[in-house]
Write a protein that binds this ligand. Structure first.
Ligand SMILES: Cc1ncc(COP(=O)(O)O)c(C=O)c1O
Length: 374
């Protein structure tokens, strides 16, 4: 057995997100209320009559149909509904890989797959997004680390924490690497729909090669993290194999989550939620950008193309975990240290938040920065 590697970012978030006055650590847009989500009185009535039974274990058929409709060529049989994308990622590694197998992970990334790979006894290789190239992936490094031994390539697109969206050529290069090596391609696409600049949703890796799993979720662009509702889209037999692990782990997403997710992805509601998310992202980014510019010389940022987070580098002689710990203890504000992505000297700051809250949180950060600069 390998030594257990905890999920450093989620450990810190679990302990602090509800303990501070200003939580600027989330990566999705500000959560929506039930009232905002469900407006039709007849639907509210029918929800009150819901039997709180086990839900269909692989997800309501209607819900899987709505998810499948987002992926050209997919049918409900290509979809497994999970308890968040975090479950989808977990059971995918558990299903497809054996201890000792080699995987290649695009870094930085939400570090779940990186940590879990270690915990499953996998051999980890990395290829990096490079800050100097506007967080473009290092395709030479991809070429160097992917070989016939590679069993899975994991990418996150749009990326957490940088907000970078892969170009069509970069996507092609990743698909080619997976086809050349015979490796599975695991594409965590939870930030699709949370584009800041583009109007169109980020294209999926689904359909670009045979051995691909596309992960999605309602947690980020839709503002529904508390539903704990995610999914994986993949080849039918692989989806069935994942479902068999899902039965051991969570059995099903809840009945209410299935119902509310079906509403969220309906043709009437989905556009409204995505529009709301983009509004938060675009307005929030303008506030953050002003604030960063007001701190001239202190920060360097490659503007994020998607997600409700920015990942600036700061020029202060203090370790990122130490800086965040001081922010939490002295100013009751929480952002994510770059250390959690293996990049000290950076902070991940959320901006998809109500204006007053965001401005007040940034002001508290400002207070500490001024003290540190004295
Ligand atoms: C890239 C990525 N994947 C998965 C997750 C977990 O998402 P969910 O809430 O759907 O479990 C996160 C959450 O931050 C994430 O950033």
């Amino acid at each position: 057995m390998t030594n257990f590697e905890p999920f450093a970012m989620e450990r810190m978030m679990s302990k602090w997100e509800y303990a501070v006055d200003y939580n600027l650590s989330e990566s999705g847009v500000h959560p929506i209320t039930m009232r905002e989500l469900v407006r039709d009185p007849a639907v509210i009535e029918s929800l009150l009559d819901t039997e709180l039974n086990y839900a269909q274990a692989n997800g309501f058929a209607d819900l899987r149909e709505r998810i499948a409709a987002l992926y050209p060529g997919a049918t409900p049989e290509h979809v497994l509904v999970t308890v968040g994308c975090i479950e989808a990622n977990f059971i995918a590694l558990q299903t497809l890989l054996q201890p000792g197998d080699e995987i290649a992970v695009m870094l930085p990334n939400y570090m779940q797959i990186w940590g879990q790979a270690h915990n499953l006894g996998l051999q980890r290789r990395a290829f990096h997004l490079r800050a100097k190239r506007g967080w473009a992936p290092d395709l030479d490094e991809l070429e160097a680390v992917v070989s016939p031994r590679t069993r899975l390539i994991a990418v996150c697109n749009p990326n957490n924490p940088t907000g970078r969206i892969l170009t069509p050529d970069e996507m092609d290069a990743i698909v080619a690497a997976s086809e050349r090596s015979g490796a599975w391609l695991l594409a965590d696409e939870v930030y699709t729909g949370a584009e800041r600049l583009a109007e169109a949703a980020t294209p999926s890796f689904w359909g670009r090669c045979e051995r691909v799993l596309a992960m999605g979720s309602l947690s980020k662009a839709y503002g529904l993290p508390g539903l704990r509702l995610g999914w994986v889209v993949g080849p039918v037999d692989t989806i069935d194999a994942l479902w068999a692990r899902h039965e051991y782990l969570t059995l099903s997403a809840t009945m209410l989550a299935n119902k509310l997710a079906t509403i969220a992805l309906s043709p009437e509601v989905r556009p409204r939620l995505l529009e709301r998310g983009r509004r938060y992202i675009r307005q929030g980014y303008a506030i953050l950008q002003d604030w960063l510019e007001g701190n001239e010389g202190l920060f360097e940022l490659v503007p994020p193309q998607a997600a409700a987070i920015a990942f600036p580098r700061y020029h202060l002689p203090i370790n990122s975990t130490e800086l965040v710990t001081r922010l939490m203890r002295e100013k009751s504000v929480f952002v994510v240290p770059g250390d959690h992505f293996g990049l000290d000297g950076y902070l991940r700051i959320s901006f998809g938040l109500p204006e007053v809250y965001l401005r007040a949180g940034l002001e508290r950060i400002q207070d500490l920065l001024e003290t540190l600069q004295k």
